[in-house]
Ligand binder design. Structure first.
Ligand code: NAP
Length: 308
């Protein structure tokens, strides 16, 4: 029987692991499919306190893991299919054929990239459609590429891609970026970044190898249709929370975010806590996710102490 199982290994999960491990709860951390979460697909993180010169996302996550393991957190590469409640306040996590029993659960599963929802889109992931500039940018040297979106992610990816691509079209559905001023200015100041305003991709066009060669664009103000030659489209239009597996032990809002009780990380089921991007649609920062992971750990510790 586990005291606490933490599902997820992003900033929220690792911080919860550090705190619960230091509280001697011997947490079991289940990593899911992406060890280290979203920051493993970014480059430099400039706004995590304590790193005045920035830190690479994968390095930061590696350090968090090291810190959690140093205090006794155990990590297993498993993806939870389902959470159910059995008697005496015990939860069972189904992982394939295995069942893990635990007294508390901290859900820190983060969020996954959102795609445009175009017909052949998912079959083109890896063939000229991607959500990860860090992973795939270097494959597109000296060719034109596009980034879709107007937020910090889109601007960050566009700036990063200028290292490789001949031109980076930044396609946004409005004529104003949502991104923070510093990120927007940095992207737009780069000569290789060409913004295409008020526009949406309506179709991916492929060559005879099945790789993206161009996209069809629609100007949302004039309805004008055009074709834009690009070898890859980097979709950066936000994320959807990874909450599909939680069942009815927690409530979700209309966008799938876990609803926490006011002023804390507890959920409608005592013993289940949620932290980070799976529950936070407002801040969605590495540091706020880490803060919620800390809060969830402290709340789980108090919950366990109250039950004894
Ligand atoms: P975001 O801020 O939610 O921005 C998503 C962008 O995609 C928006 O510009 C939105 O357009 C556009 N969009 C959404 N759905 C679309 C659709 N179906 N078709 C076309 N465009 C669509 O997401 P994000 O950029 O991933 O950022 C998420 C959070 O992470 C934010 O809090 C951000 O500050 C943070 N972040 C921080 C950093 C950093 O500081 N280093 C880096 C990356 C992300 P509209 O503007 O029209 O809504």
């Amino acid at each position: 029987m586990e005291n606490v199982v933490i599902i997820g290994t992003g900033c929220a999960g690792w911080t919860a692991a550090i705190y619960t491990a230091r509280a001697n709860l011997k947490p079991l951390v289940l990593s899911g499919t992406q060890l280290g979460g979203q920051l493993t697909t970014t480059t430099e993180v400039e706004n995590f306190p304590g790193f005045p010169d920035g830190v690479m996302g994968p390095e930061l996550m590696g350090r968090m893991q090291q810190q959690a393991e140093k205090f006794g957190a155990r990590v297993e590469f498993k993806k939870v299919d389902q959470i159910s409640k059995v008697e005496n306040g015990i939860f069972e996590l189904t992982v394939g054929d295995e069942v893990i029993a635990t007294k508390t659960v901290i859900i820190a599963t983060g969020a996954a990239p959102r795609y445009l929802g175009l017909e052949n889109e998912m079959s083109l992931v890896g063939h000229g459609v991607t959500s990860c500039a860090t992973c795939d940018g270097a494959f597109y040297k000296d060719v034109p590429v596009a980034v879709v979106g107007g937020g910090d992610s889109a601007c960050e990816e566009a700036t990063f891609l200028t290292r490789f691509a001949s031109k980076v079209y930044l396609i946004h559905r409005r004529d104003e970026l949502r991104a923070s001023k510093i990120m927007a200015e940095r992207a737009l100041a780069n000569d290789k970044v060409v913004p295409i305003w008020d526009s949406a991709i309506t179709e991916y066009l492929t060559d005879d190898q099945g790789e993206v060669r161009a996209v069809t664009l629609k100007n949302l103000k004039s309805d004008e249709i055009s074709e834009l030659e690009v070898k890859c489209v980097f979709v950066a239009i936000g994320h959807v929370p990874n909450s599909q597996f939680v069942g009815d032990l927690v409530d979700l809002d209309e966008n799938g975010y876990i609803i926490q009780n006011p002023r804390g990380t507890s959920t409608k089921t005592p013993g289940i806590f949620a932290a980070g991007d799976v529950a936070d649609h407002v801040y969605r920062q590495a540091i706020t996710a880490a803060g919620q992971g800390c809060a969830a750990a402290i709340e789980a510790e108090r919950y366990l102490a109250d039950g004894e």
